[in-house]
Design a protein around this ligand. Structure first.
Ligand code: ARG
Length: 460
């Protein structure tokens, strides 16, 4: 009968219940947040005259000792303590005696866990932003080298129009920038202190919620306690933010996997970030992007898991809520290692610019340019120009020659309004550089885009 809540019970909890009920084996990850929360709460209680200065000193010393014990590995995490909150408070009381029992005045585990978990999630939102920026920096470094490197731009995975490789990477920079905005936005929206809400209804003690919010770095104090102790939107938001970021990472990974194949041959991942086969000696496998793609699914699972846990809960706190942590911890750790390894894989990969460029000479990538030429130089309506160009493409297929290399005489045969100056328009580089509209692929536009991302990353 060593439970903190054992007063109204006459028999002790079964071992089976201890195992089923406990979160201490994973919520111990929040020990720093928990101790900081307790220190803030104790300081506030002392300022309000609820604890004496001497009692505060004892509690502060005791909590510091508990922290040292945890950090040195001495602390004994016991499943019978149920969660880290009770494990730490119990140890505090064992160290300092009865004063330890005063710490929980005007507090419940419901606001305590809301503080701890929220602060962990807030911190992780910002740490992931930093890691995303490091990844973006590395993408910019590669992109800078390839503003002139042609690569087939695709729709439906079919050759569409020539673009440059930096422009292609710029698409991912845009996605990562949006991801950062989502993490920052969640941070701002959720930076609100639950401390002082107690179990659900607030407390009759004269607490100063502003003070603890201030000490713990929260922007403000929550408005409605009933909501606050059962709100896990902050956890859902980071799961959604990570899921969306992983979806972007997964799309890039899919491309890296394809580009690493012999069929594409656009990149080669470094030996350090590739793996071999246990049977086929020639294999060099892109396990890193494949796993990134795979881990995306697992992160989505955590998002779906928590949404489902939350959907039927009556107000306010319910024990179901304890299921909020493992999925978030797993998603955060997955995000952290994914960002790091993707950055390294990109930094060390070889870009095979020649192969990218030769792939552009297949599939009549400048067909749209011929149609645009007919519109611009020959005053032919676009629909008709589209049809004429289709016939030129068919001729190319018949001759087995790409439109960009087709002899002028064949084009003239198809439509006599076509003049010799068409040849320039059919060039692949010309095609890419002609797309100068804002946000377009022309090298000068791509360079502007990279400047935009560089400025953003420098915080300008
Ligand atoms: N371990 C619990 C959790 O993670 C802490 C809050 C428990 N509160 C309670 N009234 N049982 O949610």
């Amino acid at each position: 009968m060593d439970k903190m809540w054992s007063g109204r019970f006459s028999a002790g909890a079964s071992n089976l219940l201890d195992q089923f009920n406990a979160s201490i084996m994973y919520d111990r990850k929040l020990y720093r947040e928990d101790i900081e929360g307790s220190l803030a709460h104790a300081s506030m209680l002392a300022k309000q005259g609820i604890l004496t200065t001497e009692e505060l000193r004892e509690i502060v010393d005791g909590l510091n000792q508990v922290r040292n014990e945890i950090e040195s590995g001495e602390f004994e995490w016991k499943i019978s303590d149920e969660d880290l909150h009770m494990g730490i408070e119990k140890r505090l009381t064992a160290i300092i005696g009865d004063t330890g029992k005063k710490l929980h005045t005007a507090r419940s585990r419901n606001d305590q866990v809301a503080v701890d978990f929220r602060r962990y999630v807030l911190r992780k939102n910002l740490e992931i932003v930093d890691a995303l920026k490091l990844l973006m920096n590395e993408v910019v470094v590669v992109a800078d080298l390839h503003t002139e490197t042609l690569i087939p731009g695709m729709t439906h995975l079919q050759h569409a129009q020539p673009i440059n490789f930096a422009f292609h990477l710029g698409a991912y920079l845009s996605m990562f920038k949006r991801d950062i905005a989502r993490f920052e936005d969640s941070y701002k929206r959720n930076n609100i202190s639950p401390l002082g809400c107690a179990a659900l209804a607030g407390t009759p003690h004269n607490v100063d919620r502003e003070m603890t919010a201030d000490i713990l770095g929260f922007d403000s104090v929550s408005v409605n306690c009933l909501d606050t102790v059962s709100d896990r939107d902050f956890a859902l938001e980071i799961l959604f933010n990570i899921s969306t970021m992983m979806m972007h990472i997964s799309r890039l990974s899919e491309e890296l996997v394809m580009w690493s194949s012999y069929e594409f041959g656009f990149v080669e991942l470094s030996d350090e970030y590739s793996t071999g086969s246990s049977i086929m000696p020639q294999k060099k496998n892109p396990d890193v992007p494949e796993l990134l793609r795979g881990k995306t699914g697992r992160v989505y699972g955590s998002l779906m898991g928590l949404l489902t846990v939350m959907k039927g809960l009556p107000l306010a706190y319910n024990k179901d809520t304890q299921e909020d942590k493992e999925g978030v911890f797993d998603a955060v750790e997955t995000a952290e290692i994914s960002l790091e390894i993707l950055k390294e894989a990109i930094k060390t990969m070889e870009v095979k610019a020649k192969n990218m460029e030769s792939a552009c000479a297949i599939g009549h990538l400048s067909a749209t340019d011929l149609a645009d030429y007919l519109v611009e130089k020959c005053a032919i309506p676009f629909r008709e120009a589209h049809f004429i160009t289709g016939r030129a493409v068919a001729k190319g297929e018949e001759l087995n020659v790409d439109l960009s290399k087709m002899e002028y005489k064949y084009l003239k045969e198809i439509d006599e309004r076509i003049n010799e100056d068409v040849m320039e328009f059919l060039g692949l580089r010309h095609s890419m550089n002609a797309r100068t509209s804002e946000g377009g692929t022309a090298s000068i536009r791509t360079k502007e885009q990279l400047e935009y991302f560089k400025k953003y990353l420098q915080g300008a």
